[in-house]
Design a protein around this ligand. Structure first.
Ligand code: B4P
Length: 187
């Protein structure tokens, strides 16, 4: 099963993705986490990505798609994978459709986490205090929300066209939302 989690920054893609992947018994891949690890370790990928991430911009598609090909070729991903934070542009979605088609697969479901904008900002500011992520400052948060509206939100129509979107109300406790996620992907 190839399952994607779509949602604005701070909508809980990472939080919910981990729980749902455990529940389904498939690996979870977060492009954001992979990029942060690459930045921390100072790898060539990290050096390419850091400036974009700190400014609240998306890392270029060609960089991300190299990473995704590697993941989909790995042994662990052969039974399916849950991706959170990928794809983030229509070009990424089209490319992953082609990559999966080459392997006889397709995106089976897209869980869309819906959260009010004010709550998103509060969560990200809260995370800034707890985790000290360099992109969780007010300027970068505003920029990321704008980038989401411009570049990522069009994916909802793209996947609606394929009939694979499951809308999930993303407000409430982590447990309540997880319950809704599990129901949505079963439906
Ligand atoms: P991501 O790592 O994907 O980060 P995110 O969108 O900010 O957060 P997420 O939605 O996962 O929130 P989380 O569960 O942590 O991306 C970071 C950057 O990497 C991007 O800006 C971009 O530069 C780059 N990038 C990643 N993928 C890319 C791609 N495909 N193409 C190009 N660039 C890419 O939750 C947020 C906070 O809310 C946490 O503190 C959590 O504890 C809290 N929270 C979660 N659920 C809650 C709830 N129900 N109630 C209260 N708080 C909650």
């Amino acid at each position: 099963m190839y399952l994607m989690i779509l949602g604005a920054p701070g909508s809980g893609k990472g939080t919910q993705g981990k729980l749902l992947a455990d529940h389904l018994g498939i690996p979870q891949v977060s492009t954001g986490e992979l990029l942060r690890a690459a930045v921390k370790n100072g790898t060539p990928l990290g050096r390419q990505a850091k400036g974009f991430m700190d400014q609240g911009l998306l890392v270029p598609d060609d960089v991300i798609l190299g990473l995704i090909r590697e993941i989909l070729d790995s042994a662990e991903a052969q039974r399916g994978v849950l991706m959170d934070g990928f794809p983030r542009t229509v070009a990424q979605a089209e490319a992953v459709d082609r990559i999966l088609a080459e392997r006889g697969g397709r995106v089976d479901q897209v869980a869309l986490l819906e959260v009010d904008e004010e709550e998103l900002v509060q969560r990200l500011l809260g995370r800034a205090t707890k985790e000290g992520r360099s992109d969780d400052n007010l300027q970068s948060i505003r920029q990321r929300l704008m980038v989401y509206q411009e570049q990522t939100a069009p994916l909802v129509a793209y996947y609606d066209g394929q009939g694979v979107v499951r809308r999930v109300a993303g407000m409430g406790s982590v447990e309540e939302i997880q319950e809704r996620m599990q129901k949505a992907v079963r439906a």
